[in-house]
Design a protein around this ligand. Sequence first.
Ligand code: FCB
Length: 422
Amino acid sequence: MTPGAELKFPAGFLWGAATSPTQVEGHIENEWTNFTAQDGTNCRIACDHYHRYPEDVAWMAKLGIQAYRVGIEWSRLQDRPGAALNPGELARYVDLLDRLLAAGIEPMVVLHHFSNPPWISAGGGWTNPATITAFVDYVRQLVPALAGRVRLWNTFNEPDTYAGLGYLLGGYPPHQKGRLGQFFLVIRHMARAHEAASGIIHGASTASRKMEVGIAKNWTFFHAYKRYSLWDRATAWACHYGFNKFVLNSFLGGRRRQASTFLGLNYYGRVRFHHFQAMVPASGAPPGQLTDFGFVCDDMVERYPAGLPQILAYFQRRLRLPIYITEHGAASNDEPFRAADLCQNLTALHDAMAAGADVRGFFYWSLLDNFEWQFGYAKKFGLLAVDFNDPKLPRSAKPLAEVYSRICRNNSVPAARRAGAG
Ligand code: FCB
C-alpha cells in the first residue's frame, strides 16, 4: 500500500472520543479533590465539563465524532452505602446522554475510572471486599436507570494502572508503594465486581437491544533496551507478568471470560528499561538520552505502532472477543507529530483488521485537554484545546481535530509508512 492511499474501515466502524469524570468534569468530591499534581494544579474545576457538556456535545457533533466514551462518577450518585441514587445528579447524566443520542452520538459508559466515593476510600477502597458489594449495589440501581439510553458498558478502566499506581508506585491515591499483596487483592476484587456487574448489565438486555460489556485493559509492551541485560529483561518480564498477564487472567480467565462481550484496549505504546530505569518521558528519563537511543516518544511513552497488530492478534487468538480501542492518543504540543502518529497507529490498526482482528471502534484520548492525574494540565492529549487561563474555559479545535474529523467522516485513514517492529 502506497503511503497516502486511503485505507477504508468496515461500514459501521465506530469513531469516538473519550474522557473521564475526574479529568474533565470539575466539582467532584473524591480522593482526587485534594490531590496536588506535579505542576501545582488540581482537578477542582478541570474543564468544567460538569456545566459545559452541552457545548462539548455540540463540538463532537460538529467534528463528526460518532461515539463518546464517558464516565459516570459514582461519588456524585451515592453519598453513603446503600443510598438511593441522587436524583439531580442522575438527571444531569441522563440529559448528557439524551443530548448525545439527539446528536447521533453513541455513548459508551464507563463505571469506574480511577475514582471512588469518599466513604469507599475511608473503608480501604478496593482492598476491602465490602467494596464489591457496594459497587454491585450501585450498578444494580444505575443500570436500569440508563439502560434505555446506553448499549455499550465499560465496567472498569485500566484496573492495572489503578492498582499499580495506587499500591506499587504511589503516584495515585492512596499513594502506597511496594504493596504487592494489595495490588493483587485490588485486581481480584475488581475482577469479581466486573463479573457481578456484567451479570446485571446482561440482565438489562431486551430482545431488540443487546447490551455489550467489557473492561478497558491498558496494554503496554515492556521490553529491555539491551536484550542481553538480564536485569532489565527480568524487570520487563515482572511488569509484563503483573500488569498484563495477571490482570488479563483475573478478568478474562476460565469461566469469567463469559461475563464480557468485548475487550476494550487502551493502547499507547511501549516502555523499555535501561539499568532498571523506564526510558520514557513519564518516568523522567532525560530527553537527550531518549533521542540518543533513537526512541520516538510523545510526552508520555515510546510510540510503538508496530505493537498494535501484535497485541490484537494475541487477543484474537486467546480470547476471540470483539475489541474496541477504548483509548489511544498522544500528548504533545507538536500537532504535526500527533497527526503523523495517529495515522501510523491507524494504519497499523487497519493492517491488524485486514489480518483478521475483529475491532469494532476506536476512541481518541481525549476529546479535551484535561487534568492528566499526577501530571496536571501539562500533558496535552486533547482534540480540543481548553484555555485554562480564561475563567470561561473556552474550547478551540486543534489541527489534530481537523485530521480526526476527516477520518471520522470518511471512515478511512491516509496510509502512513509502516514503522519496523524494532
Ligand atoms: C490512561 C487513562 C486515562 C488517561 C490516559 C492518558 O491510562 O485511562 O485516564 O490518563 O491514560
